[in-house]
Design a binder for this molecule. Structure first.
Ligand SMILES: [Zn+2]
Length: 274
């Protein structure tokens, strides 16, 4: 599926204004609630925004800060600005996006505030929970762009405000009730939610417990370890080791290679996949 319009991680409805704006005009019907959004950031901040803050597809610019909401792009801006040293890394943040009303619905009905750490490992690169069938009928309208017209024509209720439309509310709660049950039973782990295998050894992130964690390779498995080193040189968090360091790492890797060629190959493959 080539979904490109961002969708609300909670209901699967459109968040990007191109889905419900025509000729510069917000479609009167549902544009209003669809456009009122929260970004749940990787550091568990709830940032209020709306469609007018769209900067690029999948990015919102709020008070000079850029929020990336598509997982596949989460780390790109920060990495680029570190590599080239041209921009202030601190201006980038990332997370997931949802409608304010969907967030409120889950809080009201299930007594739980959805956290980044609840869902960051349940979503795929495009930012929706898998399998997508969980979202019900609305997934039918996930073309490359959200097919607003077709949804209005055939199942208008999926675009209606779930705080007032019972059918849409039921659809969303059916999906989230079992998930929230799990979240309550298993609170997030103290280390960063994202998998350590996604990052180079030496990367430092803020954990759910608000402490710093570093990626280490132990028995050839990357894991998060509580960071107890100096913090002065860490100008920004997340901290990604510079390219120079990763080069020297490659050398040590190639040494390993001679030991077990196949293994390091499969490692590389995995890396390029992500
Ligand atoms: Zn929603």
């Amino acid at each position: 599926m080539g979904l490109w319009d961002s969708i609300c991680v909670l209901c699967g409805g459109p968040v990007a204004s191109q889905a419900y704006m025509r000729d510069g005009e917000t479609l009167k019907k549902y544009g209003k609630w669809l456009g009122n959004l929260y970004i749940i950031t990787s550091t568990e901040d709830i940032v209020k925004t709306d469609y007018s803050k769209e900067y690029l597809p999948g990015e919102y610019k709020i008070k000079d800060k850029i929020y990336t909401i598509t997982p596949v792009h989460w780390h790109i801006n920060q990495k680029i600005s570190i590599e080239f040293g041209t921009e202030n890394v601190k201006k980038y943040s990332y997370g997931v996006v949802c409608h304010q009303n969907c967030y409120k619905l889950i809080y009201k009905s299930l007594k739980h505030k959805i956290q980044f750490a609840n869902i960051c490992r349940l979503i795929n690169d495009m930012g929706y929970i898998t399998p997508k069938s969980k979202y019900g009928i609305i997934k039918k309208y996930w073309d490359q762009f959200f097919n607003y017209e077709l949804a209005v024509k055939n199942n208008e209720w999926v675009l209606k405000n779930p705080l007032s439309n019972a059918k849409n509310k039921t659809r969303i709660l059916k999906m989230w009730r079992p998930l929230v049950k799990k979240f309550k039973k298993n609170p997030p782990r103290p280390s960063p939610c994202e998998s350590a295998t996604n990052f180079p050894v030496g990367a430092i992130f803020l954990g759910y417990n608000k402490k710093l964690w570093i990626v280490k390779s132990i028995n050839r498995r990357k894991i998060w370890v509580l960071y107890k080193g100096k913090t002065k040189h860490l100008k920004n968090i997340p901290y990604y080791p510079s390219r120079k360091k990763s080069k020297s790492k490659k050398k040590s890797k190639s040494k390993k290679k001679s030991k077990s060629k196949k293994k390091s190959k499969s490692k590389k493959k995995r890396k390029s996949k992500r």
